[in-house]
Design a protein. Structure first.
Length: 399
């Protein structure tokens, strides 16, 4: 396991169903809760930061239905979205980045505040932006900024802030879609798998060229999950490409070959999860990998293999997983501190570490996390929930 997580703390205000939360993450963190509890919304808040920086704030909002669909409404009144991330860069420096987005008349919006600091203000690089105007910065001159864009995008042209931009845009988030993975795909950049697997053939081609050992491991794990599948690779089909699987068939001297369009949802989804966790990313060692319900469509037997891959991936990159699967969590080795309980109460999503009773049962190995989940006993710590709701933390204050 990594010595420390990349993103160590996440503070949210009014993001979708989450009114407020203050959560610390581990190198491998499980977000556990019932369907509709809001696990995906927490993961999407991090994805939103990545999209707003890698593409644009306007694009990130539009893909989610606009600002009114992203910000939470309370008693009929919309609130401002606010996000703060505290993280550790690959060179060991601590940093934080926060911004608040508010609505304007006519359906527009503006970035009210945006701050970034590495090693604390006065000790390292920092900037402070309010409504599109530079208030303070360690770097002069500072690039021009506007109130409808995140200033970190422009600041990434400065050596001082490039590491922050690269780290936050290197995060990958996945909700694999077998239907999309089954279709013929245009050749694309294969360095990082896209969210639903729309470039998986290009990623497999890239791994074969740059990281053959990782591709071999993916094939080995896939064979464990789907024993009939011996291997797979990228195959060109005219100007397009797809995946070709080699599958053992009784009585055949050589494995038969099948294109992705002939493979089951479970096999394709398993391949997508394995690729997301084991893909090569030479650009940034602090990659965070977020995966929605990786156990979906998998046979319960495959849960042990999936846990092994999750633990292996967390040796190098931070991993964040949403799940409500007792089979995936049915392991006494799962640390109580690695589980965040997610519940929906009073019309809002609430997140907290496990309560004292749940933690004690896990620490003493009386039950596995999966067994407690079957008994509906993975409960959030009520003291933590109350403290989060009453918190007056300054989102733009120093760590």
């Amino acid at each position: 396991m990594m010595e420390s997580a990349f993103i160590q703390r996440v503070i949210l205000r009014s993001y979708k169903s989450i009114a407020r939360c203050d959560i610390r993450l581990r190198p491998l963190t499980y977000l556990v809760g019932q369907n509709g509890a809001g696990k995906s919304n927490f993961l999407d808040a991090l994805h939103f930061v990545r999209d707003a920086l890698a593409n644009s704030l306007d694009n990130a909002l539009s893909e989610r239905g606009g600002l009114d669909e992203v910000r939470r409404r309370s008693s009929g009144h919309p609130n401002n979205i606010a996000i703060r991330l505290e993280f550790r860069l690959s060179d060991g420096r601590d940093a934080w980045y926060a911004f608040r987005v508010s609505a304007l008349a006519g359906g527009s919006y503006q970035v009210q505040e945006e701050h970034c600091a590495i090693d604390g203000k006065g000790s390292g690089p920092y900037f402070k932006i309010e409504r599109g105007k530079l208030i303070d910065s360690s770097e002069q001159p500072f690039p021009s900024v506007t109130s409808d864009r995140l200033a970190l995008v422009a600041a990434s042209g400065l050596t001082a802030f490039r590491s922050v931009f690269d780290a936050l845009t290197a995060m990958g988030f996945y909700n694999l879609n077998p239907k999309v993975m089954r279709e013929l795909q245009k050749p694309q950049d294969g360095r990082l798998l896209k969210p639903v697997g729309e470039n998986i053939a290009s990623v497999i081609r890239h791994l074969k060229r740059t990281a053959p050992d990782q591709l071999r491991q993916i094939n080995e794990y896939l064979n464990t999950v789907a024993p009939m599948v011996q291997s797979m690779e990228c195959k060109a089909v005219g100007p397009m490409e797809t995946l070709e699987f080699r599958q053992a068939v009784q009585g055949a001297k050589h494995p038969w070959r099948f294109l992705a369009q002939n493979m089951s949802d479970g096999t394709l989804r398993a391949l997508g999860v394995l690729t997301a966790l084991m893909q090569s990313n030479a650009n940034n060692s602090s990659l965070l990998i977020g995966i929605e319900e990786p156990e979906t469509a998998l046979h319960p037997f495959a849960s042990g293999v999936l846990r092994e891959v999750l633990n292996q991936a967390a040796q190098q990159n931070q991993v964040l997983v949403t799940s409500h699967s007792p089979d995936l969590l049915d392991d006494l080795a799962i640390d109580a501190e690695s589980i965040i309980a997610v519940v929906a109460e009073e019309g809002a999503t609430k997140l907290a570490p496990l309560d004292g009773a749940s933690r004690q049962m896990l620490r003493e190995h009386l039950f596995s996390a999966g067994e407690l989940l079957r008994m509906n006993k993975l409960d959030p710590d009520r003291t933590s929930l109350q403290a989060q709701q009453q918190s007056r933390i300054d989102l733009f204050g120093e760590i």
